[in-house]
Design a binder for this molecule. Structure first.
Ligand SMILES: Nc1ncnc2c1ncn2[C@@H]1O[C@H](COP(=O)(O)OP(=O)(O)O)[C@@H](O)[C@H]1O
Ligand SMILES: [Mg+2]
Length: 529
């Protein structure tokens, strides 16, 4: 026995990338058998710290002890030998190999290949059964679901004898049902004596599974707390460094003239089926209209049609009194559209290009950024640096490729670019997906600010809290049409849920009225603890 309660003690860990300190004197102690959350905003330095623990990065300074003994984790294989295994944010499996081949890949063979494989199969089956990690050992990785890929990664670390498992934002890629399964798996793992570090910025997950939580902010240790004794609000405030509000403050909307008018719109999806089926909707200056719906009910096609990214079969789209259906995207943009796209990597940014170029992407060909067809590099630089400052885009400088920024900062860069042009209609599609609470709050404020500047805002989101929080009117989309328009002030999550599942407004209200007699009130906001 070593006489310590801790399986891991990281003390005073600093990691510099050039001048920049991604980790600045961080402490983290992991108890045996606990689930320890590592909480921090995007870019706080969580992955860096865990890459140090798993031997992928060498710290600039600091000390690591395992079971009370100082160690030097100079490579991932050293980490393996010390019983540390990491399930990365982006899986590292070989796509063309089978599940079994991936699991045994890189483990040291101690028998002839043939026998080794048999033993491996047996062990994989054992691990899979013991922890509820269902995988298909013979499937090729490129054919399996993301959830199964993750389970393969977990088995792979266990196969190599890991006692300490690090999960880097494991739920970001999972469906709600897969998240529940993963949570069960983590519980099973600690029951068997494993210890877990769970990186996340989702507060409800921390409350659900973690015993303790270490919060880091901008590379520095803030505190380690007992999760049971700490509210979500306290966790959020520690993470962001100020008091965060989950509910965006806003005054009542004063809608004015119609800015976007959609009439009898029909749009087909990629396979040629109708995805939007004769939809009509108005969005006025000075209001946020939220589009609620379950993924796949035509929301994406609707937005692609408005923004010119897909063809309109029939019907009309009028922006500021001009028919814009089937115009090229740039023409629609110039008519007065700002677009925060659903897929920021595909449509929002050109990842290998610099942040500066990305910020100028919509306006570089106009004065003052260009003159007679020549780019004015000085003007572009001034424009970009001004927006980076104003929109608090956290970046080493304006020349790094957009790919180097965290998700939240990429999103801020897109918002900066789109809002600066002062469009009369702003379309925000899933604007906060994958972002942490601080960034979400910021983006919601900006959307409402646009509304208060008498712009029209169309918000599409799968997050009911976001829809209820930000919208002035909610249009519920179901099977390619708008089935109800409701007032967020008087509509509950339950009602919205039923509408989104295809129930009529009357039916939804009747069903809930019947249930309401038995239910207590006050569960509306799931953020509150
Ligand atoms: N290899 C690297 N070179 C330079 N900067 C890096 C490198 N890796 C991470 N960073 C920077 O360090 C900071 C912390 O990154 P990371 O640990 O990935 O944050 P988190 O996982 O908390 O989102 C970010 O600002 C990121 O841009
Ligand atoms: Mg990370």
């Amino acid at each position: 026995m070593t006489g310590t309660d801790y399986v891991i003690e990281m003390s005073g860990i600093t990691k510099q990338f050039g001048e920049f300190k991604a980790n600045d004197n961080i402490n983290l102690k992991l108890k045996k058998g606990e689930i320890h959350a590592l909480l921090g905003e995007n870019g706080a330095g969580k992955s860096t710290l865990m890459n140090i623990l798993s031997g992928l990065l060498e710290p600039t300074s600091g000390e690591i002890k395992i079971n009370g003994e100082a160690v030097k984790i100079s490579s991932p294989s050293v980490a393996n030998k010390l019983g540390i295994g990491m399930v990365h944010q982006h899986f590292m499996l070989v796509k063309k190999f089978t599940v079994t081949e991936n699991i045994i890949l890189g483990s040291e063979p101690n028998r002839l290949g043939f026998l080794d494989k048999l033993a491996a199969k047996k062990m994989i089956n054992e691990l899979s059964g013991k922890y509820g990690l269902s995988v298909d050992p013979t499937a090729v990785v490129e054919d399996i679901s993301v959830g199964m890929e993750q389970r393969v990664e977990i088995i792979k670390t266990l196969y190599r004898g890991a006692d300490i498992l690090i999960f880097d934002e494991p739920t970001a890629v999972l469906t709600p049902q897969e998240i529940d399964e993963l949570i069960d798996i983590m519980r099973e793992l600690v029951k068997e004596g494993k210890s877990i570090i769970l990186i996340t910025h989702k507060l409800d997950e921390i409350k659900q599974v973690a015993d303790r939580c270490t919060v880091i902010r901008r590379g520095q240790s803030i505190d380690t707390v007992d999760v049971k004794k700490t509210s979500q609000q306290e966790l959020a405030d520690m993470m962001v460094g100020r008091s965060v509000s989950f509910k965006t403050k806003k005054i009542k909307a004063a809608p004015q003239e119609v800015v976007l008018e959609i009439k009898d719109l029909v749009v087909k999806e990629s396979r040629g089926l109708e995805a939007v089926k004769g939809l009509s909707l108005d969005v006025r200056a000075g209001e946020v209209v939220g589009i609620a719906g379950i993924d796949g009910n035509g929301q994406s096609e609707l937005i692609q049609a408005i923004t010119g990214l897909t063809k309109v079969e029939s019907g009309s789209i009028t922006l500021e009194g001009k028919a814009v259906q089937n115009l090229p995207p740039r023409k629609i943009t110039e008519t007065g559209l700002g677009h925060i796209p659903e897929d920021r990597h595909k449509y929002g940014l050109i990842l290998p290009m610099s942040l500066e170029e990305n910020i100028a992407l919509q306006t570089y060909y106009q004065k003052p950024l260009s003159n007679h067809g020549f780019l004015n590099h000085r003007a572009i630089n001034q424009y970009a640096t001004k927006l980076i400052e104003e929109f608090d885009v956290r970046t080493p400088n304006e020349f790094v490729p957009a790919s180097a920024l965290s998700g939240g900062n990429q999103q801020k860069a897109i918002i900066a670019r789109e809002l600066e042009r002062n469009p009369s209609l702003l379309i925000a599609a899933q604007p906060t997906r994958g972002l942490d609470v601080g960034a979400i709050e910021y983006i919601h404020k900006r959307l409402i600010e646009q509304r208060d500047k008498k712009k029209a805002v169309l918000l599409m989101s799968f997050e009911l809290d976001e829809i209820l929080n930000v919208s002035d009117r909610i249009a519920v989309m179901y099977e390619g049409n708008i089935v109800a328009i409701v007032d967020p002030e008087t509509t509950t999550r339950e009602e919205l849920g039923l509408l989104m599942a295809g129930s009529s407004l009357e039916k939804a209200q009747a069903a809930l009225a019947a249930e309401n007699n038995e239910r207590s009130v006050g569960e509306e906001n799931h953020f509150e603890s």
